[in-house]
Write a protein that binds this ligand. Structure first.
Ligand code: CUA
Length: 341
């Protein structure tokens, strides 16, 4: 009976490991590889300690247990210098073996590489509950998807627009906090493997903390250049002039498309080619499991933003006077706003 809650807890722990794409055990870049190395060292040391302690305990329990008819008090031993030195030295040694590489790597991975030659500079800003990515070298600001070329180091500067968040891409690097005191944290990452890597906010930051997902997309260098070029094309607005005006006065006071609009909300340039809406509604772009057409996701998001991501700061479009039909049209326009890269 006592085992039951233990088993339940254990299965709960294991069930958390179900997401392959959020695993640190499958590193895709040098930083994540180094971090997995640290995990391996600490788990090996822990396993070693557990095994040694259990073996000694089992040996002592069996060997020195009270035998039938044995009623006298055993010899009382007090103090043993040799043993005490040994069991102080061994843990000390283990702590050193653990501490030296950990401290080395913690400082190495938090190094400011912003001004190193050849790096891609990206400013990361955490918002409740989305991520902003700025590329000062290209004069680009985007959201939710950090596009990077493979085989090029990315130097990140991390800060927050509101509360404490933490930037974490399990298969590449992290976690690094974004601090509300205005300070900037640094980290870097790189990968040689093209692909999409899932990122998560790893610090409880409010109602939709659990939904604060983003993507890091690693592409070939030429594809990255094509993206930069496509991103900088003039803004595309809804074709219908009345709708365009409504979109401009309402949506563009916070969001931006191309060179127009504001920076309070996520930049919408090329949103039709992003893999998610709001970080969590999976777009049917790569035919991912459980994904929906971009337009359907946009209609869902625009119709009930608070249902999809509770506590987010986007005003309800219906309360701004958008009819169901107009929401449909805006969704259609955004779904088709794609970047060719
Ligand atoms: Cu942002 Cu949790």
């Amino acid at each position: 009976k006592r085992l039951l809650p233990l088993l339940a807890m254990f299965s709960l722990l294991l069930s958390g490991c179900g997401r392959e794409d959020l695993s640190v055990l499958n590193p895709q870049g040098p930083v994540a590889e180094g971090q997995l190395g640290l995990i391996t060292i600490s788990i090996s040391i822990m396993a070693l300690v557990v095994v040694v302690v259990f073996v000694i305990a089992a040996y002592v329990l069996i060997k020195f247990r009270r035998k039938p008819g044995q009623n006298e008090v055993p010899v009382q031993v007090e103090g043993n210098h040799k043993l005490e030195i040994i069991w102080t030295a061994i843990p000390l040694l283990l702590v050193i073996v653990l501490a030296v590489p950990t401290i080395q790597k913690v400082f190495a991975y938090g190094e400011d590489k912003w001004n190193e030659e050849g790096v891609l500079q990206v400013e990361v800003t955490g918002h409740q509950f989305w991520w902003e990515f700025s590329y000062p070298q290209y004069d680009i600001t985007t959201a939710q998807e950090l596009l990077m070329p493979v085989d090029r180091e990315v130097a990140l500067r991390l800060r927050t627009a509101d509360v404490l968040h933490s930037f974490w891409v399990p298969s590449l690097a992290g976690k690094t906090d974004t601090n509300p005191d205005g300070s900037i944290n640094h980290m870097s990452l790189s990968t040689g493997n093209p692909g999409t890597y899932i990122g998560k906010c790893a610090e409880l930051c409010g109602q939709s903390h659990g939904y604060m997902e983003f993507r890091v997309k690693a592409v070939e260098a030429e594809q990255f250049d094509a993206w930069v070029e496509a991103f900088k094309a003039p803004a595309v607005l809804p074709e219908d002039s009345q709708l365009a005006e409504k979109f401009r006065t309402n949506c563009l006071s916070c969001h931006a498309v191309g060179d127009q609009g504001g920076f309070l909300g996520p930049n919408l340039t090329g949103i039709g080619s992003r893999e998610t809406i709001a970080g969590i509604l999976l777009n049917d772009i790569n035919g991912a499991k459980g994904s929906s057409p971009v337009k359907d996701n946009l209609v869902q998001w625009l119709s009930e933003p608070q249902e999809v991501k509770p506590g987010n700061t986007m005003p309800d479009p219906k309360e701004l006077g958008f009819s169901d039909e107009e929401i449909e049209q805006i969704a259609d326009y955004l779904a088709n706003y794609k970047l060719d890269y």
